[in-house]
Write a protein that binds this ligand. Structure first.
Ligand SMILES: *Cc1c(COP(=O)(O)O)cnc(C)c1O
Length: 398
């Protein structure tokens, strides 16, 4: 009898009692809107902003309605608008080009390497075509950030970091999201902290922070933002900046604050699970493990491996056989977008582009979430199943 796994790949852990109690207190107060606070009260949203700014070492922080909203706000705060081009990763998820399209701009895709990071050669080649790079640390893979910043500095490109999968990660000890001009995070259920929906934006630039606060829908209440710059910075910005409401509320902030306190412990648990799968997959014939650079501290909340240059029918046999044994792999090479997975060529609102290197790699990427409801033993079992299936299909005729 071959082994089967019966866990649920989309089941997160329950919220802690502390988070639930904090949420109940907010609901009992009736004050859910971020500006609805008593005269001596800071409020859950401001507390979260202060704590998150401290966690990543940023000067300013703004809590918003979603990660996608944070990214669109970042672009608007940099003055990106209709007809502008924005560099971004060919390997990412739909909210990234979606945020670019939301401000009327056009995504210009940059190739992905076998390490699943942005191709710096291709970035260099396209560097004179845009003034902003929306850098997606897709699935938690950090590129050589020093090399990337050198290219962007040379060409005057401002970097927005999409840290939906790198909250808590670091490059050479620097928290992800603080190398660029703006860092954007998501607190949607499948990310590293769970408030259902939600986002955070950080920056050290006071003018950008002031614009982001105004954009998020602060009316003239920007003085009620202890994690924002001094009110003097709003002097003219408050007249120039449209209100595009997307605030966070106290209920979400209340359940996020206890999660931030335990984030580093959760990261250790994710990384134990990640390395159990990684070790179990190493040496499987036909399968390429994605090697992680020494300078990267990653959060193993998902894992990817490559079936490089396999035919589509063989990849499909792997997907089906794993699925039949309870292991849900996602494939970035499918011709039709499915579930959360889609490719750059299915985002047809963007100008048509052809990236041959990315096509080869996307066609090889197998992707799997590792929720913390899985035990380390579950992860070892999952790896044995994948190993078994991949070895069998690899040996079999076309
Ligand atoms: C989830 C996600 C986002 C945006 O997050 P939302 O909060 O769902 O808007 C951005 N980038 C990537 C890579 C994501 O996976």
């Amino acid at each position: 009898m071959s082994e089967r796994f019966d866990g649920n790949f989309t089941q997160q852990e329950p919220l802690s009692e502390e988070a639930i109690d904090a949420a109940v207190r907010v609901m009992q107060s009736g004050r859910l809107h971020r500006y609805n606070v008593l005269p001596d009260e800071v409020g859950e949203v401001c507390e979260l902003e202060l704590e998150f700014a401290r966690y990543v070492g940023a000067r300013y922080c703004l809590a918003v309605a979603s990660g996608g909203y944070a990214m669109a706000t970042a672009l608007r705060a940099l003055g990106i608008g209709y007809g502008d081009r924005v560099l971004t990763n060919a390997f990412t998820l739909a909210p990234v080009p979606g945020a670019i399209a939301a401000v009327g701009a056009d995504p210009l895709f940059v190739d992905v390497t076998e390490n699943l990071t942005i191709d710096l050669e291709d970035l260099r080649a396209k560097a004179d075509q845009a003034s902003v790079l929306m850098l997606s640390h897709m699935r938690g893979h950090l590129c050589d950030m020093d090399a990337l910043l050198a290219i962007c500095d040379l060409h005057g490109i401002k970097v927005i970091e999409d840290c939906a999968h790198t909250m808590g990660a670091k490059w050479k000890g620097r928290p992800s999201g603080c190398d660029g001009v703006i860092g954007c995070y998501s607190t949607q259920t499948y990310k590293h902290m769970n408030s259902g929906e939600g986002g955070l934006l950080v920056t050290d630039d006071p003018e950008i922070a002031a614009r982001a606060v105004m954009l998020s829908g602060s009316y003239m209440l920007y003085g009620k933002h202890p994690a924002a710059p001094d009110p003097a910075y709003f002097e003219t910005i408050r007249y120039e900046t449209p209100n595009v409401s997307g605030r966070m509320d106290h209920l979400r902030a209340a359940i996020l604050r206890p999660q931030l306190k335990t984030l580093d412990q959760q990261i250790e648990r994710w990384n134990e699970r990640y390395s159990a799968v990684e070790q179990g997959l190493r040496g499987t014939p036909g399968l390429t493990v994605v090697e992680r650079p020494e300078d990267e501290f990653y959060v193993g909340s998902s894992i990817q491996f490559l079936l490089l240059d396999w035919s589509a029918p063989k990849v499909e046999r792997v997907l089906k056989a794993c699925f039949d044994r309870g292991v849900e792999l996602k494939w970035f090479g499918a011709t039709e977008p499915q579930g959360f997975t889609s490719r750059y060529d299915s985002w047809r609102y963007a100008s048509p582009q052809s990236l041959l290197q990315s096509d080869r790699i996307l066609g090889a990427i197998m992707d799997m979430r590792l929720p913390l409801t899985f035990s380390v033993d579950d992860c070892k079992l999952i790896a044995r199943i994948i190993r078994d299936v991949v070895s069998q299909v690899h040996q079999s005729p076309e």
